[in-house]
Design a protein around this ligand. Structure first.
Ligand code: DON
Length: 563
């Protein structure tokens, strides 16, 4: 009896010590439908569209437009992205509304006379690709939605007209980005209040953007690509040395592509095809990990991170050489996913030792060669699922706000290899397949993904973060499928990132020091991950009759809401 009591006390004491460390956040649960986005008001717009009879695609359109108002860091009409749709009747599609290089773009446009990259691909008028968002959302609405377009634009018009209270994160973010935004008078006036700055809870209104959105509500995408907005944008481009012309806007089309699909442990993965590099990456890395026993030491073990990092290195080496815009380059997708090829890559992984980056090269033989974004996930009552990632590239994109039209322009041209073989803003080394050419789309890491179990949506996810998107999503998927975590635990779990070059393994500060020490012992050059380079994965997981919505705590906010 006495020993029992002592044991009981010991357990109490131990629980008191460990419970705070295990104080996990719960996902948001709902029965019928769920919206997860990086900004609360945009999530609420999505839920109200669903409640009033719209489907997940309608909600995705309205959330995309609302984020363009309430999350100017990444939400946009001046950028581009991808929408992955899986309708409850089994139809799938991938809407590619990625920006395109303007007709006047050239291979070496960002190199100076000595062949050294200038900063022009990252900041200012010349860094912008032809925006695709409005065309992409309009296409989604027309083909897969059922609500009238103006109804879906209205909430965004109202948010821009009436304004909304500035969050703490938004207030800080504008201050942090002031070196970029204050270079452009219209951005300084719009977002920095001319240098006086918006305060926490102050109401932020955007009358120019409201007028632009109102025209888009009434005239559709035609206004942005051929109407008043197009004319304003083209005139400002000409005035400021930018490349985008009225003809570039008129010629821009969003396109539907066939998603990439594959299987892992009985789950069916539907993901993003090129010009996203992510779907191929996920499928190749999952196949490479399959059968390695990477998971036998448990989540968070040095062994599991080691195998993941080795798969990441091999995939990013392939990415550097073979991937680009499928309308311009021949991408050997089936060769890169062929079981024999993946087996040969896996066979070079040593169980106890890191393979240095210089010993890894893009792996196909000649014979078989053939900082900002935002993600949201939506599932509706009928079981339609939508995953959208869209972006301005950098936070606030090029820094340029179009005078008279109130929206920020992307700096997506930096996703091209300005100098093939050299690194871009994300340190990504890329080759000729992703070199600049007129009308070409730059390669992307955005990877909206939908995973099915028994033919029904199981996981809907995606993230911003550049190359970290692909490696973070891999880990979230493994955390759910192999380690049995719920949606929130799966995204909160400590992550690593490896992109082959530089030869470095980034470990989040939450990875245990023991594990980091073991990884170093195996030969990895580790570095604590830069908090600004983390992917914020937004997830819906459907299991046992419940939808779980989870927002990534690495971000500045966001909300999962369902009913
Ligand atoms: O398409 C891409 O891969 C990049 N433009 C994404 C940029 C990004 O995710 C930055 N976000 N934090």
């Amino acid at each position: 009896m006495k020993t029992h009591f002592v044991r009981f006390l010991a357990v109490l004491l131990i629980s008191a010590l460990i419970v705070p460390a295990l104080d996990a956040r719960e996902p948001i649960y709902a029965r019928k439908a769920m919206v997860v986005a990086e900004q609360d008001l945009a999530t609420e717009v999505g839920v109200s569209v669903l409640r009033s009879g719209g489907n997940a695609v309608d909600a995705a359109v309205a959330v995309g437009l609302a984020l363009a108002v309430t999350h100017p860091y990444a939400g946009n009409i001046g950028g581009g992205g991808f929408m992955l749709i899986r309708m409850a009747d089994g139809r799938t599609t991938f809407i590619d509304f990625r920006e395109k290089a303007p007709a006047a773009a050239t291979h070496d446009m960002y190199l100076n006379a000595n062949g050294v990259p200038t900063g022009d691909s990252v900041v200012g008028w010349r860094s912008a690709g032809v925006p695709g968002t409005v065309r992409g959302l309009a296409l989604a609405n027309k083909k897969y939605g059922r609500e009238a377009w103006p109804e879906l634009v209205k909430p965004a018009v109202a948010l821009a007209t009436n304004g909304f209270p500035v969050s703490k994160w938004q207030m800080d973010s504008w201050r942090r980005s002031s070196p970029l935004l204050s270079q452009f008078p219209e951005s300084k006036r719009t977002f920095l209040k001319g240098g006086a700055y918006y305060d926490w809870q102050e109401i932020f209104k955007q009358p120019e953007l409201a007028r632009t959105l109102d025209r888009i509500a009434h005239l559709g995408a035609a206004d942005f690509y051929d109407g008043e907005t197009a004319h304003i944008l083209a005139a400002e481009m000409a005035k400021n040395g930018g490349l985008i012309t009225l003809a570039d806007l008129q010629n821009y089309q969003a396109v539907e592509r066939t998603p990439l699909e594959g299987d892992y442990q009985g789950y069916h993965i539907i993901s993003s095809p090129p010009p996203s590099s992510g779907g191929l990456g996920l499928l190749q890395m999952l196949a490479m990990l399959n059968g390695t026993g990477y998971d036998k030491s448990g989540a968070g073990s040095a062994l599991s991170y080691h195998y993941m990092a080795e798969a990441m290195r091999r995939y990013f080496a392939d990415r550097s050489k073979y991937l680009g815009d499928p309308d311009f380059v021949n991408i050997p997708i089936s060769a890169l996913l062929a079981p024999a090829y993946v087996d040969s890559r896996r066979a070079t992984i040593r169980p106890d030792r890191a393979t240095p980056a210089e010993q890894i090269a893009p792996g196909l033989t000649a014979a078989n060669e053939g900082t900002n974004t935002t993600h949201y996930s939506i599932v509706d009552q009928e079981g339609n699922a939508v995953a959208v990632t869209y972006t301005l590239n950098n936070g606030y994109g090029s820094g340029v706000t179009v005078p008279g039209a109130g929206f920020l322009l992307n700096d997506e041209m930096d996703d091209f290899a300005a100098k093939p073989g050299g690194p871009n803003m994300f340190g990504l080394v890329q080759g000729e397949s992703n070199a600049i050419a007129p009308g070409k789309r730059p390669l992307s890491s955005m990877t909206p993904t939908i995973i099915l179990k028994d033919g029904k949506p199981f996981l809907v996810l995606g993230a911003p973060g550049g190359p970290v998107i692909i490696t973070s999503m891999l880990q979230v998927i493994l955390n759910v499928i192999d380690f049995g975590m719920n949606a929130q635990d799966a995204i909160d779990f400590p992550r690593i990132h490896d992109q082959w070059k530089p030869d470095r393994l980034d470990t989040e500060s939450t990875v245990s020091p023991d594990t980091v020490a073991q990884l170093r012992h195996m030969g990895y050059q580790t570095q604590t991950a830069d908090p600004n380079e983390k992917a914020r994965v937004e997830v819906i997981l459907i299991s046992a009759g419940w939808l779980q919505g989870a927002v990534d705590g690495r971000g500045g906010g966001g909300k999962a809401e369902g009913y």
